[in-house]
Design a protein around this ligand. Structure first.
Ligand code: KMH
Ligand code: ZN
Length: 277
């Protein structure tokens, strides 16, 4: 178990609208301001979805490049772009995200029902993402929405080799309607399945909506890392909307300190994940 806790912030996502959630960072200025605040209170990785001029989700390559450049200029955070996008995004747009040359990118390990929608991740597409990231030196974070996704990851690594950077890091995304439930039991079951992955594989976890706190506490207890942010929950407590992403990061950092595994400095996170400085 590491003595520190890697905290990833996922500030925006593709699902909430600015109209419903005014505190959601949707412009580049809002995103950079959020990133700085979150870095100051303990985040070391930022998982990024961006919006267009009308605050709608977009995978526009020019905007993504500007976003990576601005986050690098204004923060020390590890920049992880989403290749998941929104459920309506075609595969061609999703893989093109890698052209923005982030430090890391997400790679979801299988198809999952996603509320009333389907988040499609065909095997061939997963292989293409993995191989492109190997070629471009982009470190993947493997997104795990269900137990079989870990089996698929084992198959991927067996057939196609280790990721760029050589380290395997997975993120359990629990509590999606259609995926694995956001409970301590799920988290423990998933950690058992990690034994089939390379030695040293690390995990973070996030719980969607009301499963945020149970999953956060279970992950800390099990030696895991944390992802928090308004992509995953817009409610801080019952009847209390999230005020800012930094509020969620600060809460996670507080729990991490209580667990005697304080937030991981960015330099340590780069070494752990195999991301170049
Ligand atoms: N927005 C979801 C459909 C990722 O970023 O890689 C997919 C998602 C996963 O958020
Ligand atoms: Zn995402």
């Amino acid at each position: 178990m590491t003595t520190t806790t890697l905290i990833t912030v996922a500030p925006t996502g593709a699902e909430s609208s600015k109209t419903d959630v005014p505190a959601l960072p949707v412009t580049l200025d809002e995103l950079v301001a959020t990133a700085k605040e979150c870095e100051a209170v303990g985040a070391s990785v930022i998982h990024v979805h961006i919006r267009d001029a009308d605050a709608r989700p977009t995978l526009d390559l020019g905007r993504l490049r500007d976003t990576v450049a601005a986050l690098r200029a204004e923060t020390g955070l590890i920049v992880q772009l989403s290749t998941g996008g929104a459920v309506t995004d075609p595969e061609s747009d999703r893989i093109r995200v890698l052209g923005a040359a982030p430090d890391m990118a997400s790679c979801t390990m299988g198809t999952v029902n996603f509320g009333d929608d389907v988040f499609l991740n065909r095997w061939d597409f997963i292989v293409a993402l993995h191989a492109s990231m190997q070629e471009l030196g982009i470190v993947p974070e493997y997104e795990i929405f269900d137990l079989g996704h870990l089996t698929s990851l084992q198959r991927l690594l067996d057939k196609h080799g280790l990721p760029a950077g050589g380290h395997v890091h997975v993120d359990f995304v629990l509590g999606v309607p259609g995926g694995a439930p956001g409970t301590a039991e799920t988290l423990v079951a998933f950690t058992h399945a990690l034994r089939d992955l390379p030695d040293g594989t690390t995990f973070s976890a996030t719980g969607i909506g009301r499963s945020t706190l149970p999953v956060l506490l279970a992950s800390l207890s099990a030696g895991g890392h944390l992802r928090v942010g308004m992509e995953d929950t817009v409610t801080y407590a019952k009847g209390q909307p999230v005020e800012s992403n930094a509020q969620l990061v600060a809460r996670a950092a507080g729990f991490a300190r209580l667990a005697q595994r304080p937030p991981m400095p960015v330099s340590e996170a780069r070494t752990l994940l195999g991301v170049n400085a």
